[in-house]
Design a protein around this ligand. Structure first.
Ligand SMILES: NC(=O)c1ccc[n+]([C@@H]2O[C@H](COP(=O)([O-])OP(=O)(O)OC[C@H]3O[C@@H](n4cnc5c(N)ncnc54)[C@H](O)[C@@H]3O)[C@@H](O)[C@H]2O)c1
Length: 370
């Protein structure tokens, strides 16, 4: 069936094509059983693109990415391409896509599935039912600020410099993403900085507050210092809904939050950019994990992070929250039945392959849709 939902799939390398196979089957299921169809295009990125075209992503692929509603990416990289010069490595393909699409907001949800509560290092009552979203500013701040470098001082000592810098527009656009997303969730945003010791933090707080007053006063807004936020994330993470923060603090807080929920094979992510003239917001969805060359081709890959990334695209790009809920519920149900790929295996559970996990997901979806 023709559709105006355009999805570009870039499976990439290693386990990328394997985990994307699961998503393909769920997309087919959605078409069959939910009458939700996509125009799906597929292309190469990373090592696969280097092998075919000599570059980690071609201009034509970037063009397709610019002209679809959402890109869904598997993973890139592997030992075969490790010795290439930096500019030609598989990872450059992903970096170019992020840059050309102008993806400045990185979304990292931390969801604790009931069946995996015991896999967290925190007490079950702290993480059970957890569903929070960390939004990290991705293209500004101290990782990009100038001046930067290492210099030798007249007295022979060396000095390393990086600069934390944010402008009004950089803060407002990422905060707007956070407020927008909160409206699709529990309608609460916590903005995180260090306004007590950093001028860039003072500006961050002022600009977020101003934007809130102008356009998003229906959303509940609070502010927190980053060090306290780190503490609160492990003390009582369920107090949060959406956290929005800068590049550096977001890097750390999103990794800490990810581990509240257990395994790398379970973690989805999204990166969002601006809304263009046609009303489309540029977006790329991908699992947090890499191409796992150590298990590639062995049927051991956990496809759930990639499937959950696809579910995020349904929620945040395609405005299909019920279908996103359905997929997340199917994931929870197969886990509750005790099915585990090797990376999340626990005693008393059944170790299954990627293919068996996929079949079980489809069966679960069939059951729920019946
Ligand atoms: N976004 C990306 O495409 C991305 C991210 C990280 C690493 N990489 C690349 O991936 C390659 C491998 O990197 P790495 O080993 O540091 O990280 P990795 O995430 O690929 O793997 C780390 C460990 O986790 C396991 N693992 C990861 N995903 C899994 C899944 N879905 N199911 C089961 N087990 C899983 C792997 O088997 C491995 O033991 C490198 O070339 C690296 O540059 C790519």
């Amino acid at each position: 069936m023709a559709s105006n939902r355009k999805l570009l799939i870039l499976p990439g390398d290693g386990i990328g094509p394997e985990v994307m196979g699961t998503v393909r089957k769920v997309i087919d299921w959605m078409d069959r059983r939910r009458a939700v169809s996509f125009d799906v295009d597929e292309d190469l990125v990373g090592g696969a693109a280097i092998d075919k075209h000599g570059a980690p992503v071609t201009d034509a692929t970037v063009d397709k990415a610019m002209n679809c509603d959402a890109v869904l990416l598997g993973a890139v990289g592997g030992p075969k391409w490790d010795d290439l010069p930096f500019e030609r490595k598989p990872e450059r393909g992903l970096l170019r896509l992020r840059k050309d699409l102008g993806l400045y907001a990185n979304l990292r949800p931390a969801i604790c599935f009931d069946a995996l509560v015991e896999a967290s290092t925190l007490k079950p009552e702290i993480v059970a039912g957890l569903d929070i979203m960390i939004i990290r500013e991705l293209t500004g701040g101290v990782y990009f600020g100038e001046p930067r470098g290492i210099e030798t001082l007249p007295n022979g000592e060396r000095r390393g410099v990086n600069t934390q810098v944010y402008t009004t527009s950089e803060i407002r656009r990422v905060a707007a993403v956070a407020f927008d997303l909160a409206r699709k969730r529990s309608n609460r945003v916590c903005s995180v900085e260090k306004a007590n010791v950093m001028e860039s933090g003072v500006l961050w707080r002022e600009e977020v507050t101003k934007l809130h007053g102008e356009q998003f006063s229906d959303v509940e807004l609070s502010h927190m210092y980053a060090d306290n936020c780190a503490m609160q994330l492990v003390r009582a993470p369920k107090q949060f809904d959406v956290i929005v923060t800068d590049n550096l603090f977001g890097d750390m807080l999103s990794d800490a939050a990810a581990m509240l929920t257990g395994s790398l094979g379970m973690l989805p992510s999204a990166s969002l950019g601006d809304v263009d003239e046609s009303g489309r917001r540029k977006s790329l969805y991908e699992p947090v994990h890499g191409s796992a060359p150590d298990i590639a081709g062995q049927g051991k890959a956990n496809p759930l992070a990639t499937l959950l990334s696809y579910a995020m695209s349904l929620r945040y790009t395609f405005d299909l929250p019920e279908d996103a809920d359905l997929i997340e519920q199917a994931v929870n149900n197969v886990l509750a039945k005790g099915l585990r790929t090797p990376d999340i295996m626990a005693s008393g559970m059944a170790a299954v392959s990627t293919a068996t996990m996929t079949d079980a997901l489809i069966q679960e979806l069939d059951k729920m849709a019946a």
